[in-house]
Design a protein around this ligand. Structure first.
Ligand code: SAM
Length: 246
């Protein structure tokens, strides 16, 4: 999907509660272990929630993304310590071993080539430095995994795929990272806000909610629930930290 498509989503991401706060942000910050003065790269920073959270810990943060408008927003809302750079995660515009920490939150499922993305993150982190990847993952059950993929792709054409947790850890290991911690959590979503973020029509909304309720197994896997005034579900998330060994 083109950079322009992400450029159109700035306002939606900037208002997204699940990007602004919650366990995936807290755990990304915790696993990153950034210390005051560390140089941190946050790839696919979007509107910069993770970058801002790390900069608030006195780390020096470079917020990188492929989309011009995302970066314009991030730059204008940035604390002074934050630098903004336009670059593709699959071809990072930084030298070998530039950073103490690299973070990547809620973006990995957009990458066409997950191996290359992790290899690039591992390349630019220093030996002994840490790469933290936090994103939605595919459940192990095939029926549930297929339902998740179909729903996510219909809602968001920029979705490529959710990897299995074991796949993410394997890719990190292959890239020369020693897995330090891997934490399973979830991101709680308000279904209608989640649909609005990508401009889903009412008709498609009905189909997607039908997908969530397609079977008891799918409903249970995503903790799908409905009250008089809200429809909610949870996506499974893995947050993994790996340390570059050589
Ligand atoms: C969901 S947003 C990221 C959220 C953000 N990391 C946070 O913590 O709030 C996904 C971002 O990935 C970016 N993106 C997608 N593919 C990319 C690529 N190949 N290189 C760099 N950024 C990319 C999009 O422009 C978008 O800003």
């Amino acid at each position: 999907m083109s950079q322009a498509a992400f450029d159109d989503r700035v306002a939606a991401y900037a208002q997204s509660a699940s990007h602004r706060e919650g366990p995936t942000l807290d755990l990304t910050r915790e696993l990153a272990q950034a210390r005051p003065g560390d140089l941190v790269l946050d790839v696919s920073t979007g509107t910069g929630f993770t970058a801002h959270a790390l900069a608030a810990q006195s780390a020096r943060v470079v917020a990188a993304d492929i989309a011009t408008n995302m970066l314009r927003h991030t730059r204008t809302t940035a604390p002074t310590a934050l630098q903004v750079v336009q670059t593709d995660t699959l071809a990072l515009a930084f030298g070998e071993q530039t950073f103490d920490v690299v973070t990547c939150r809620h973006a990995f499922h957009h990458y066409l080539d997950g191996n290359l993305a992790i290899a690039e993150m591992a390349r630019v982190v220093r030996v002994g430095g840490r790469v933290v990847i936090a994103d939605t993952i595919s459940p192990d059950d095939v029926e549930v995994a297929e339902a998740m993929h179909a729903i996510e792709l219909a809602r968001d054409p920029s979705h490529v795929c959710n990897r299995y947790a074991a796949q993410v850890l394997e890719l990190m290991t292959e890239a020369g990272l020693v897995i330090e911690r891997a934490v399973h959590t979830h991101t709680e979503q308000d279904f209608d806000s989640w649909c609005s973020r990508t401009g889903v029509s009412n008709e498609l909304r009905g189909q997607l909610w039908g997908g969530f309720n397609g079977s008891e197994k799918v409903r249970a896997a995503f903790n799908v629930r409905e009250t008089a005034d809200s429809r909610r579900f949870d996506w499974p998330v893995l947050i993994a930290a790996g340390v570059r060994r050589a």
